[in-house]
Design a protein around this ligand. Structure first.
Ligand SMILES: [Zn+2]
Length: 427
């Protein structure tokens, strides 16, 4: 077959699977894999296992035993399916997370019903990212039918816990060496069918604690108020840190525009004795707070180093320490993820770029995500740089009520994935 013939056959093979793609997406939505707590992972893995073995894949079910979140009540199951080609060659791996977030309020359709209406399939996880998972399966199956003598291998993984950090999912698989035999990774997260996501900003979470001394609330001069010390920290952050962060701009193509700068969120703030629950009828006791704790969520750019990020916060705290008598603090790191960005020249980027051009007639937009996703583990633990996120669905619908994925969008992105397979594994 010539190249144009292969492209035409793939186009037809994808279109012929429209009903199958709809049914597959609906089946996946109807298995409620809510995380937290991490429900029905085994059920969805068994479903995928049956389907992919039926299409000639070899499968492995992997429980992330001992990982954060794994328990006998809520075991963290993952599936990795592999289909060998006719000859040796490179391996293309599609990774989708199987978990979905809480439903929330405001739905007008059944969140686990998978209703099809006006060319859209509704449900929690429809766009993030069971639609992407279904599209990658249909793409792989269509490609195998059209090009049975391909070289290399195709892998499809369904992994747990992406929404809670991915430690019982991709991180576990990467630690067990599952990415050692992989050359190209496509993560079908909902980034819109004509955008290629190259990576994400970095994350640093830390807890900052200021100390004081407890005393009777009627005589606060006998104690030392940790909340006032924290107030001074907040004041200094407003004076120097927030304005400095707003000045830092990145060359990374981060979307939305507001995330092209460094950002810092104060995730929580608590000082003094524990708060009384709203439904409990009681009064607090009069005490000077001897501790105040703040959790910060700092998102940083590829141009910044983690040491610089930590150093800035320490500078704020040390400045306050120099100005306030009795000020003492502790700063504890809770999590760090370095920024990552795949080169535009990387083979998987080039292949998907050509496939988008062939399918949609337009050049793709390259983007970087403001928050992280499982690429972080593939990059850091799996040591694989040739990785992108590409998939159907509108990013803004993720985690919202009445989440949906468009059937035509799924078909087009499935065609892009199939053409990319042809580009990477034939000829
Ligand atoms: Zn997602």
């Amino acid at each position: 077959m010539t190249e144009p013939q292969v492209k035409m056959r793939l186009h037809e093979a994808i279109l012929a699977r429209r009903d199958e793609l709809i049914a597959l997406t609906q089946d996946l939505i109807r298995i409620p894999t809510l995380n937290p707590p991490g429900e029905n992972y085994r059920e969805i893995c068994d479903y995928l296992d049956r389907r992919l073995r039926g299409k000639g894949f070899e499968t492995q079910l992997v429980r992330a035993e001992g990982a954060v979140g794994d328990s006998d009540k809520y075991p963290r199951w993952n599936i990795v399916a592999r289909k060998e080609g006719a000859r040796s060659g490179e391996c293309v791996h599609f990774n989708s997370h199987i978990d979905v977030v809480d439903v929330g309020r405001g739905w007008t359709t059944d969140p686990f019903g998978g209703e099809l209406k006006d060319g859209k399939i509704y449900g929690r996880g429809a766009c993030d990212m069971k639609g992407g998972l279904a599209a990658s399966i249909i793409a792989a199956e269509a490609f195998i039918d059209v090009c049975p003598d391909f070289s290399g291998a195709i892998e499809i993984s369904g992994t747990a816990d992406e929404e809670s950090g991915g430690f019982g999912g991709v991180a576990y698989l990467a630690e067990k060496g599952f990415y050692a035999k992989v050359d190209h990774v496509i993560i079908p997260e909902p980034l819109n069918k004509d955008r290629i996501c190259l990576g994400h900003r970095g994350v640093w979470w830390a807890e900052i604690e200021t100390h004081g001394e407890i005393a009777h609330g009627s005589m606060p001069f006998l104690g030392d108020c940790a909340v006032r010390h924290m107030g001074a920290v907040l004041h200094e952050m407003e004076e120097s840190l927030f304005p400095a962060l707003a000045q830092k701009r990145t060359e990374m193509p981060v979307v939305p525009e507001g995330a092209k700068q460094s950002t810092l969120n104060i995730n929580s703030l608590h000082g003094g004795q524990a708060e009384i629950p709203r439904d409990v009828n009681a009064l607090p006791s009069p005490c000077v707070p001897d501790s105040a704790r703040m959790v910060i969520d700092r998102r940083f750019l590829i141009e910044e180093s983690i040491d610089e990020v930590i150093g800035e916060m320490k500078t704020v705290l040390d400045k306050v320490k120099g100005e306030r008598p009795n000020f003492s603090y502790e700063m504890r790191e809770m999590m760090r993820v370095l920024p990552t960005m795949t080169e535009r020249e990387a083979p998987v980027v080039q292949s998907v770029t050509r496939a988008i051009q062939d399918t949609m007639g337009t050049a793709p937009q390259y983007v970087v995500s403001p928050g992280t996703y499982d690429q972080k583990h593939i990059d850091r633990i799996g040591r694989l740089k040739n990785c992108i996120a590409y998939g159907p669905g509108i990013l803004d619908l993720a985690h919202k009520p009445d989440e949906y994925v468009g059937v035509d969008d799924m078909l087009q992105s499935a065609e892009v994935m199939a053409l990319s397979l042809a580009d990477l594994l034939t000829g």
